[in-house]
Design a protein around this ligand. Structure first.
Ligand SMILES: C[S@@+](CC[C@H](N)C(=O)[O-])C[C@H]1O[C@@H](n2cnc3c(N)ncnc32)[C@H](O)[C@@H]1O
Length: 458
């Protein structure tokens, strides 16, 4: 074999495939340019081997470089909803006094999801059509697992899913009720009533969940007097926004970035009732990186928390060998277990535990017991020991946390958890050949097994 042939043969498989021919993305690019997006000219979209669709840089990017700069009017933020009079009329032209009856009844995320369904229903008539077409068609979060598999999935994962189910069900029912009571004869709203259903709402909810960016407009908008606006429906704040293109950037726990609202000086604090389309026509939303990226590598930002329980349940992906993972233990469960081993907390001990928050954050990670878990076990073992000052002992646990007597107290409980985890993993492995959601859950449960096995061996 000649040298060139050998060289060619040993060439590595490319880590990505550029999205040059994808019609939806070509349209998205032209749409973004038409609407005044400014982005680093070296960026492009690509499908990466490990992370799927994301953003590629053709040339080196340096810390301090701007990645994307979007006119505010090209993001779906609280003002987009407020300025959409037909959307607002769903709540105003209604048999019910929605703003009073449903005061602070839904989160802003839920309202955004409802708005997204309303936009999607409009098809090509919507300004956002091209953007909406570029969004994923489904999401790989455990929320979408069929019910019959729930019993094999770890309780922590299922606890997050169950909270998501409650929020989505409650908010869906509220919006469904409101829509049915709407009295407008706008044909668009009549169509919307037909179109709105649980599955499109779930898609919208997770679109917002997986793609929203933190955007604080409270410095430019006065949210004080909002009883007569749809803001009255919201139970939390309005600080999230959908940002086309910026939302194509994948997550890395090592990425550092900053966003900035670039506001011209003549904009003052605008009351919600005085908002107009042109109010923020000169405002830009910009994201800068604080990392260097090599040419032909993927550009990342950091979404916030990076432990796999969060990434899997909220975003639908996991990071392999993630050092941030931990196995949580519920205080009531630990208490019951200790009681079955003849260790029952007295009222004094329980007050001490609650006063020091030792009933919370009880977990084991790759480094061992959490500070609180160790403290709790100290209270169990040494609270009534002569000459022992438990408060002092607990704070010495920050320096030394390897008292074998304490660790041995919970080894049987940990072993039981390990056995159950392994049984569920084995069952799931027979079921999850092609299912990304199941294999994500299995990965996390295997990580839990690794953590607990390490803890037992130490
Ligand atoms: C803001 S979007 C990023 C763009 C997205 N990949 C797309 O195709 O539209 C967030 C979603 O991207 C995926 N993602 C982000 N970071 C990832 C990573 N490090 N590994 C795998 N998937 C990732 C997850 O599906 C997540 O819900």
């Amino acid at each position: 074999m000649g040298r060139t042939k050998r060289k060619r043969k040993s060439k590595k498989q490319p880590e990505y495939c550029p999205c040059n021919n994808n019609e939806e993305l070509i349209l998205l690019n032209s749409w973004l340019i038409k609407h005044g997006v400014r982005r680093n000219k070296n960026l492009g979209l690509a499908v990466f081997k490990n992370t799927g669709r994301g953003v590629l840089t053709k040339k080196k990017i340096c810390a301090g470089d701007e990645l994307v700069n979007l006119p505010l009017n090209l993001t779906i933020n609280v003002t987009t909803l407020l300025l959409d009079t037909l959307f607002c009329s769903i709540f105003i032209e209604n048999k019910k006094q929605c703003l009073i009856q449903y005061k602070q009844a839904v989160s802003f995320q839920s309202l955004m999801a409802f708005y997204l369904v309303y936009l999607k229903m409009q098809g090509t008539k919507s300004k956002w059509y091209v953007y909406l077409e570029s969004l994923p068609k489904y999401y790989t979060v455990p929320y979408f697992l069929p019910d019959e598999l729930h019993c094999y999935i770890d309780a922590e994962i299922m606890s997050v899913v169950s909270k998501q189910k409650d929020i989505i069900k409650n908010s869906f029912n509220i919006f469904d009720e409101i829509l049915k009571m709407n009295i407008s004869n706008s044909s668009l709203l009549v169509n919307f009533k037909e179109y709105f259903n649980k599955s499109v709402y779930e898609w919208a909810y997770f679109t917002v969940n997986t793609r929203c960016v933190f955007m604080d407009l409270t410095k430019v908008i006065d949210f004080q007097d909002v009883q007569s606006s749809i803001i009255a429906l919201i139970s939390d704040n309005t600080k999230i926004s959908l940002c086309p293109y910026l939302d194509m950037i994948n997550h890395s726990p090592f990425a550092k970035n900053e966003t900035k609202l670039i506001v011209s000086k003549n904009i003052t604090y605008v009351p919600v009732s005085e908002l107009q389309e042109k109010t923020f026509s000169n405002v830009q939303f910009s994201i800068f990186t604080k990392n260097d990226f090599k040419p032909h590598s993927q550009v990342f930002i950091c979404y916030g928390d990076s432990h796999n329980l969060k990434l899997i349940t909220e975003y639908g992906f996991y990071l392999p060998s993630n050092e941030m993972d931990c196995v949580n233990f519920n205080f009531e469960h630990v208490k019951t277990y200790l009681k079955s081993n003849a260790i029952q907390f007295s009222q004094d001990q329980l007050s001490f535990i609650h006063n020091h928050n030792l009933n919370k954050d009880l977990y084991i990670d790759l480094r061992g017991l959490s500070f609180n878990f160790y403290g709790l076990l100290m209270v169990a073992k040494y609270y009534y020991k002569e000459n022992a000052d438990v408060s002092r002992l607990i704070y010495s646990a920050a320096i030394c946390s390897d008292d074998r007597l304490l660790i041995d107290l919970i080894i049987p409980m940990v072993k039981e958890k390990l056995v159950n985890l392994k049984l569920s993993v084995n069952k799931l492995k027979t079921l999850c050949e092609d299912c990304i959601i199941l294999s994500n859950c299995v990965e996390l449960m295997c990580q839990y097994v690794t953590i607990l096995e390490k803890f037992i061996k130490c």
